[in-house]
Design a protein around this ligand. Structure first.
Ligand code: G3H
Ligand code: ZN
Length: 279
């Protein structure tokens, strides 16, 4: 079916998984995993993935949208972790209905200013804007550095000052974990849910165990971002195939099991998150 707007997948009392797309096989696996689990999902392409594709969002966004159009699952297209304002301003031309504008490396005042401007630009084009509050709670480091936490009062002020549609919060997850050992701060999630009037986004969900994810969703976490877990499944399957068949030259031979392994991972996360949904 045609892409849906990301806003339609963010519903009160429920959560949606957002998976990072790097190759066409990622998009195919996410669509197949969503079909298998009977759940919607967000297909997200990061600025880093765009850089990998030569700095052009067009080809990978068009391929991802075409995969979504051929799928029976409800899927949306999101531009993730955008720091480059030129790329941000190309989002709507490539079918993205949401962006995560990441000014989290800037000092608070500059982050607010840049994000408010991104929100104004996005809303004029019906684009849903997620942002992240970095260097939270007076601590140094990006919001997903281990140990860094979002301060609820600062988060509430940030949302009021910027007008963002959703907020990525630091509650114990860390980007790029390859094992699922993160412990979330559930009391903080509850406090943030109470004080922040927009959907909350959990980044770095690859490192979060299933039970922790279910609790986080039940407590009000609304968008669950997963990237590394797909890459771990992909690369593990490629490695295993090539070790067993070292003379292989046709990439389809190892990309097929890699895509199947990602499909299984996607379906697993979607079923877990569905188990935590209250709506
Ligand atoms: O924005 C993307 C996510 O935060 C992915 O994080 O690769 O650690 O799962 P992850
Ligand atoms: Zn992230």
């Amino acid at each position: 079916m045609p892409l849906v707007h990301t806003r339609e997948l963010i519903t009160p009392g429920g959560a949606v998984c957002a998976f990072n797309v790097i190759t066409v096989e990622h998009a195919e696996a996410i669509a197949a995993g969503a079909e298998a689990a009977g759940r919607p999902a967000v297909l997200q392409i990061s600025e880093n993935a765009v850089k990998f594709h030569g700095g052009q969002p067009g080809p990978i966004a068009a391929a991802t949208a075409a995969v979504a159009a051929a799928s029976s699952a409800r899927l949306s297209l999101h531009l993730d972790h955008v720091e480059d304002e030129t790329l941000l301003r190309r989002a709507h031309a490539h079918g993205f209905t949401s962006v995560m504008f990441d000014a989290s490396k800037l000092p608070y005042g500059d982050n607010v200013k840049a994000t408010a401007e991104a929100v104004r630009w996005g809303h004029e084009r019906d684009i849903w804007v997620e942002a992240e509050l970095g260097r939270v709670g007076g601590k140094a480091g990006d919001a997903h550095t281990p140990g860094v936490r979002t301060d609820p009062a600062e988060a509430a002020a940030y949302v009021a000052d910027t007008g963002v549609d959703a907020l990525a919060v630091a509650v114990g997850s860390t980007h790029a974990m390859t094992d699922r050992t993160a412990a979330l701060d559930h009391a903080l999630i509850a406090e943030l849910r109470e004080m922040v009037p927009v959907p909350l986004v959990l980044h770095g969900s690859s490192g979060v165990p299933d039970a922790e994810l279910r609790r986080a969703v039940a407590a009000g976490m609304t968008k669950i971002n997963v990237g590394t877990a797909l890459n771990k499944a992909f690369t593990g399957a490629v490695r295993a195939f090539l070790e067993a068949h070292p003379s292989t030259t046709d990439p389809r031979k190892y990309l097929a099991p890699a895509r199947a392994a990602m499909t299984e991972t996607v379906a697993g996360f979607l079923r877990t998150v569905a188990g935590g949904n209250s709506g």
